[in-house]
Design a protein around this ligand. Structure first.
Ligand code: HEC
Length: 166
């Protein structure tokens, strides 16, 4: 109740700011963003039926039941920049046998320093974490991809990467 009232107030404030001075977008945006965040926080408990959520720990890849075919669909968003063929680099490096590979190890691909220095082995767990937020996981990476936020979709994607790495 209280939250709804506050959100309403925030939205109203946003509207009023907007109509008061149409050009001041920055000011109008601030309360709107707060309202969105409040909504997200309130809704979070509902879809949190994910396996590992109960203990409050971060989700692990292993706690998901995965669907390789669904993962292939998620991979469509990677395909613009990556293929699995060995030695074929596009905007991003070849993902040939990516699971178990060391970061920055494709010959002839011009990696960022961040990737080269990361010293990461792309296990399924590491990929699951990285692909949620590549730039957060590896600050300075030149992979321009926001990440797959939905944990189930991300788990399916990693399962697909695993299947392609066999
Ligand atoms: C807009 C292009 C683009 C998209 C889309 C993209 N990537 Fe990348 N990816 C890159 C680039 C560029 C790099 C090299 C990063 C660096 O050197 O910092 C990279 C690096 C990687 C690496 C590290 C490879 C290595 O050899 O260390 C992995 C793993 C990866 N991407 C997986 C994915 C997956 C999975 C997706 C889809 C969910 C995806 N990428 C989407 C451009 C992209």
């Amino acid at each position: 109740m209280k939250t709804n009232f506050l959100m309403g107030a925030a939205a109203m404030a946003g509207l009023m700011t907007l109509s008061a001075c149409g050009g001041a977008n920055n000011q109008a945006d601030a309360p709107a963003a707060t309202a969105t965040e409040t909504t997200a926080a309130v809704e979070t408990p509902a879809p949190a039926a994910a396996p590992a959520a109960a203990d409050g720990a971060t989700l692990e890849y292993a706690s998901f039941t995965t669907d390789v075919a669904a993962g292939e669909k998620v991979f469509a968003s990677c395909r613009t920049c990556h293929v699995f063929d060995e030695g074929v680099n596009r905007v991003g490096p070849s993902l040939h046998k990516i699971v178990g590979r060391e970061s920055g190890s494709v010959p002839g691909y011009s990696y960022s320093d961040a990737n080269l220095a990361s010293d990461v082995v792309w296990t399924s767990d590491v990929l699951f974490e990285y692909l949620e937020d590549p730039k957060g996981f590896m600050p300075g990476t030149k992979m321009a991809y926001p990440g797959v936020k939905d944990a189930q979709k991300r788990a399916d994607l990693v399962a697909y990467l695993e299947a392609q790495s066999k």
